[in-house]
Ligand binder design. Structure first.
Ligand code: PEP
Length: 263
């Protein structure tokens, strides 16, 4: 099944592992083997593993012929050319990547990625049949000032203004409050619900968009204790998981929570 076919199974939750810059060949092999043994028979949950570029070949060889999918954590906005250190969409396709995380706040902050840059990458992924996982979210200062919807709205509007709202059809957006990432302090279900409703309303205006509905995930300190409560919230279609994806038992519990939250 390809990624668009997967997305069309709208009831399915997504749990996406973001390994960030962690791992080595030996550790990855063990973690991926655990993932496959524990998660290959899930019925209601699509698991996606986003790894550093050098391990795409390894993840491809372990996960192909399983129900787990894989992806990368960034993508060049250009097709090819003199862009030292960049990796193109075609290159990701060579390693069977079906997903790519874009606009993660750790990149946006450390590498000064603009919303326009991220928008171009989003389009590049779509044009190559790679499902973009677009990260959006506000800082603590923005939340305390009550401008979180303005911030997230602007991140989405940059893409909508350039390419139209239907470009989000079959894509994934991950709401990741920056203050929740890696802090152990997740958004409350109420905070998440309000933002997910805002994103849902913004991105499902047309009939076409309702049919090919964008998936909206929550990311930021998801763990085995809070996953079920978060995944049961309306318009939360699963989670993007950093730290807990590096522990096979914790990640399994989170995926089981996704499974339980459906139906
Ligand atoms: C992330 O960085 O995408 C993330 C959600 O990290 P963590 O789960 O560690 O907060």
């Amino acid at each position: 099944m390809n990624n668009v076919a997967r997305m069309k199974k709208t009831a399915k939750k997504f749990v996406i592992a973001n390994w960030k810059m962690h791992g080595n060949l030996e550790q990855n092999q063990s973690l991926l083997t655990h993932y496959v043994n524990q998660l290959n028979s899930l019925k209601q949950t699509q698991v996606v593993v986003c790894v550093p570029y050098p391990y795409l070949s390894q993840v491809q060889s372990v996960l192909e012929h399983t129900d787990l999918a894989w992806g990368a954590q960034n993508l060049a906005k250009n097709l090819n050319g003199p862009f030292t250190g960049e990796v193109s969409a075609e290159m990701l396709k060579d390693f069977g990547c079906e997903y790519v995380i874009l606009g993660h706040s750790e990149r946006a902050t450390a590498y000064c990625e603009s919303d326009e840059n991220i928008a171009q990458k989003f389009m590049m992924a779509k044009q190559h049949g790679i499902t973009p996982i677009l990260c959006v979210g506000e800082t603590l200062i923005e939340r305390e000032a009550g401008v979180m919807e303005l911030k997230v709205g602007k991140q989405l509007d940059t893409i909508i203004d350039l390419y139209g709202v239907d470009v989000f059809n079959d894509a994934i957006v991950s709401y990741e409050p920056i203050w929740a990432i890696g802090t152990g302090l997740a958004a409350s279900p109420l905070q998440a619900q309000a933002m997910h409703q805002f994103i849902f309303d913004k991105l499902t205006q047309s009939k076409e968009a309702q049919k090919n509905r964008v998936k909206i995930l929550y990311g930021g300190s998801v763990n085995p204790q809070n996953a079920l409560q978060l995944f049961k919230v309306e318009n939360i279609d699963g989670g993007l998981v950093g730290k807990c994806s590096l522990s096979a038992p914790a990640f399994e519990d989170i995926c089981q929570a996704a499974e339980l939250s459906v139906g």
